[in-house]
Design a protein around this ligand. Sequence first.
Ligand code: ADP
Ligand code: MG
Length: 647
Amino acid sequence: MNEQRIQILPEFIANQIAAGEVVQRPESVVKELVENAIDAGATSISVLIRQAGKSLIHVLDNGSGMSRDDVALSLKRHATSKILSAEDLYQIQTLGFRGEALASIASVASVEIRTKQTTDELGWKLFAEPMKPDVIEPIQQDTGTQIFVRNLFYNIPARRKFLRSDITEFRHISDTMMKFALSYPNIRFVFHDGDTLIFDCKPEILSDRIKSLLGENIYNSILPVEYQNDSVNISGFIGKPNISRTTRAGQYLFMNHRSIQSRSLSHAVYQGYEHLIDSSQHPFFVLQLELDPKKVDVNVHPQKTEVKFDDEKSMYNAVQEAVMRTLRANNLIPELRFRDVQSQSPFERMKIDGNSSDNSTSHVVVNTLTGEIIEERRTNTTTNFLGGGGLSNSSSWTNRSSSSSNFSGGNSLSAGQLQRPTNDWNPSQMSAYDSLFSSSDKTLNPSDTTNSDSSPELQLQLWQMHNKYILMQTDDGVMVIDQHIAHERILYEKALLLMEQDFPVSQKLLFAVTTELSPSEMILYRELYDELIKLGFTLEEKSTTMVEISGVPLDIHAGSEAESLREIIEQYSEYQIVRPASQRDTLAASYGCRNAIKAGEPLSYPEMKKLVEDLFKTKTPEVCPHGRPVMLNFNLKEFDRRFGRTS
Ligand code: ADP
Ligand code: MG
């Protein structure tokens, strides 16, 4: 028996099968037709539907139009003008590209296309009905295209039966129209449901488009988002917490103008709002992500609403940061309010005459409420945690004042010792940290390296807990900051800035040191060379395995130059795998990670204070370069509640 059982499906049936994926409901037709109009460069698009699109969908555009030959081909499967080669598939610039929408639609409805190109005298009308030969004839018509799709699914009763009520189907279409209108504010959109005009919005800027479509109320509560890093540009608006809703209706996310669904990116937005809205609430947002089409795959699903980013994680971080920055810029995430923090503290540092050379005795701290004079070194140990007082030496909050020199490990105050042996403390790291801060102090004001006594000193309430967390009293509670992650964020941004500015500041070494690199490290070293120089390294390749270091960035401590360079390269190669991002970003993250103070290092009060101040000067103090939180906030109200204080 040599019977052949496999056959190629007739084109018409293949189209119907494809239609099952592409055309699920009238809304899919509207979406495909409007996408085609946008791809054709239209600046004005009108959509009219009857019976929720079941009897008629009419889309009219003023785009490029089609020639006779093109219109004849347009209904064929895999007929597209949008990709020519396999490479094009990896950098889709248009909304359509699969060349199957019109073919699919024409297999489940009757389709009439009227179209004319500017250069043509006459336009063309093509009429197609399932199972019947197409008819093409010349017509009079303006430049552009209009497509009529009639009696959707009339030849597939099962599909037609599955359509929902007109109201539901209409709502799907109207949602889609809304998305187009928000993603392309520069295009005029007119939308009719039968004889009723739903909206007609002229080309306008996005905020005005939001006003025209969603109303004054929302318009008055939106905040502009402008965010850019070297892989994505994020723009649009997010809503103030007050316009959050109980549904996700007010959420619009676009990637290169394509409306997308992404659980992870929506989650990133919510993360950006952390603490500001209740978990049952959904923030409003219209966000447009623009990125290199090569870095994203839109060809995962026929409906093209799911996309796959090359680098989900850094996308996530970018979205979260963009939201946080916007909220912060609008004072919605509480900034460090130094004034408030200060005014809550009854302690004031005062200078006493004489003894000006000896820092430790030239100041006193006065409790302005009681008039009590407190030795400076006890400034912080006597202040209170949670305003309650008394929780000091006996507690496990490690408390260091500026004058109790405790780098030597003489940290008798530290209850953290009980939990954590001090042998993980590394003096060289400590001095690296030290030198970072003193060096930046110097650039600020060379004559003022000691704690300023004339200018009003910001008195922050800070404690170090278990040598790894800094506790800070804020005006409405307490903030817990991870010292390592915080410093990582500071150094990361500093490194990015150094590389961007390309004005290297290198600390020259008296004696150059050499370091040995493995062959793979050497490859990375060469790749990173230019950026390392911008960071402040002065380097020279001595042999195929040896690099000479004659200068280092200011953050790097004497004695650890070779180790530091090697570790940065090692970290870089690790990050490259787990955290794909641009070279510069990865290098900055490696630099931050490797040079940041570690958990387990005791910090003095000025060190903590400098760290906190520097942290709040960064663009995104809330998260580390990998998206881990830098700080946690505990609200006083929560303490009150738990302690049964009803105030
Ligand atoms: P795709 O959009 O994936 O290329 P379609 O089946 O949606 O496939 O459309 C097929 C082709 O028909 C398009 O590539 C385009 O050349 C042409 N076309 C469709 N709609 C229009 C329109 N409104 N204006 C101009 N050309 C169009
Ligand atoms: Mg298309």
